[in-house]
Design a protein around this ligand. Structure first.
Ligand code: GTP
Ligand code: MG
Length: 441
């Protein structure tokens, strides 16, 4: 999430840009204003989203076109202000201001725009009739707010929506032209669904939904709210609810609905909870949780680590034969951000298939068992990717301790050497593979 927000106000002369800024800051309508307000920084603690916010005014009299372009390049969001009583200022939104802001930008890198209809105190109706066609034409318009600097009406809302457009952007999540989630967002939500579907039956039961809700939002859903959610999904999708639980399609529909109703922050909270950044990539902090291994120490799984691996293994061992078939293996790693092995490791896969249980941590590193250790390594890699989710998601403080126990034994365990290269992150991968397989991958 962005650490600060820069809002630029543009629009025709005399629409009330400077008055809006002064009214926000002074909490009263200024009778007289300069052509251009000084740049204002609102401290984090008084903004709704708790992020420092810079507000920048524009004046055609005081600034050149080059200066204007510089300001557009620095802005995170643009408020295009118009006068609700002056049609000319509305026409200029599409003929001048939006092309100036986003005319040369690629579809995915356009600045979000908030339309601000000022001077609502002067008219009894609404300007929405003229504004709607413009909103339909430009998908980068996040929303439109009518306000009055004079009556102090909706002023803080203008800046709140602008802030929200930056902190919880629509563009990476939703394609307004296609009216559907973008593929990358769909992929991320599918991964989140798979992780949350603890018994791997392709349905989020009430318990799983509550666990998910608790880990994302800090509190469970009230029983009635849970039923209401399922009811909405059932009404709108053919296959969103099955066996009284939410299917993947239901889960995706629910998130689409949040976004279509302007509640992007809900979907963003879910995505960030599962480690995604603003470009919907998994962050390094999530993928590589820090692990300090003192000198002369080795690492091994603690009881909870074993339990987690066992549970994850069983979750994907659909036929319960104690081994992961290629398709079960694929399912095992489906929540993984990349495929952890290539075709040259077929031999390892074969060993896996023949291995009833691969959690043999304490055996010696004989030639026969090296491959098993490699498998454990992969599993740990998976843990390091999904673990930060799991640790924080588990309410019990006992379970929230790091699942890797550090042993202070002076004699590092040879067979575990590979493990502590890997555990702080995935960076030791090729070295281990080279050592054990004689192959780089
Ligand atoms: N009735 C009414 N008048 C307003 C409102 N906001 C601004 N005005 C008046 O509109 C005029 C222009 O306001 P400014 O704030 O200077 O407008 P601006 O967009 O900054 O204009 P430039 O600096 O020339 O680009 C002033 O006379 C304000 O008093 C409003 O909400 N209602
Ligand atoms: Mg001005």
């Amino acid at each position: 999430m962005k650490r600060d927000v820069r809002i630029l106000l543009l629009g025709e002369a005399q629409v009330g840009k400077t008055s809006l800024i002064m009214a926000l800051v002074g909490e009263e309508f200024p009778d007289e204003v300069p052509a251009r307000a000084e740049e204002i920084t609102i401290p984090a603690d008084v903004t709704p989203e708790k992020v420092p916010t810079h507000i920048v005014d524009f004046s055609e009299v005081e600034q050149t076109e080059d200066e204007l372009r510089d300001e557009i390049a620095k802005a995170n969001v643009v408020c295009v202000v118009y006068d609700v009583t002056d049609l000319h200022t509305i026409e200029k939104i599409s003929s001048k201001w939006i092309p100036m802001v986003n005319g040369n930008a690629e579809r995915n890198s356009r600045l979000p725009i908030i339309l601000v209809g000022n001077k609502s105190d002067l008219q009894s109706g609404s300007s929405m009739e003229s504004i709607l066609p413009i909103m339909n034409q430009f998908s980068e318009i996040e929303t439109c707010v009518e306000c009055s600097a004079k009556n102090l009406k909706n002023i803080s809302e203008v800046f709140y929506y602008a802030q929200k457009a930056v902190l919880h952007p629509t563009a990476p999540l939703y394609d307004p032209e296609e009216k559907q989630l973008r593929p990358q967002c769909r992929k991320a939500l599918t991964r989140i669904f798979t992780i949350s579907d603890q018994d791997n039956n392709q349905i989020l039961s009430d318990d799983e939904l509550n666990y998910f809700q608790q880990s994302c939002f800090g509190n469970p859903l009230a029983p009635q709210a849970l039923e209401d959610v399922k009811m909405v999904v059932k009404k709108n999708t053919a296959d969103g609810v099955r066996d009284n639980g939410l299917t993947l399609n239901g889960f995706l529909f629910l998130n689409t609905l949040f976004i279509q109703r302007g509640r992007h922050e809900t979907t963003w909270t879910i995505l960030r909870r599962f480690g995604y950044d603003d470009s919907l990539e998994l962050t390094d902090d999530y993928l590589y949780p820090p692990l300090r291994v003192p000198h002369d120490s080795s690492t091994e799984l603690n009881h909870f680590g074993y339990q987690f691996l066992q549970k994850t293994f069983e979750k994907h061992d659909l036929d319960g034969d104690g081994a992961l078939s290629p398709s079960e293996l694929q399912s095992f790693f489906s929540v993984f951000p990349y495929t952890p092995w290539g075709p040259e490791l077929q031999s390892t896969v074969c060993v896996w298939q023949r291995t009833a249980c691969c959690l043999c941590m304490d055996t010696c590193a004989s030639g026969r068992e090296l491959n098993n250790h490699l498998i454990i390594y992969y599993v740990l890699l998976l843990v390091s990717c999904s673990d930060s989710h799991l640790c924080a998601a588990v309410p019990s403080p006992r379970l929230a301790i790091p699942r890797i126990r550090l042993s202070t034994s002076k004699q590092p365990k040879i067979q575990l050497d590979g493990l502590y290269i890997i555990l702080p992150g995935c960076r030791g991968i090729s070295r281990v593979a080279v050592t054990w397989c004689g192959n780089t991958w």
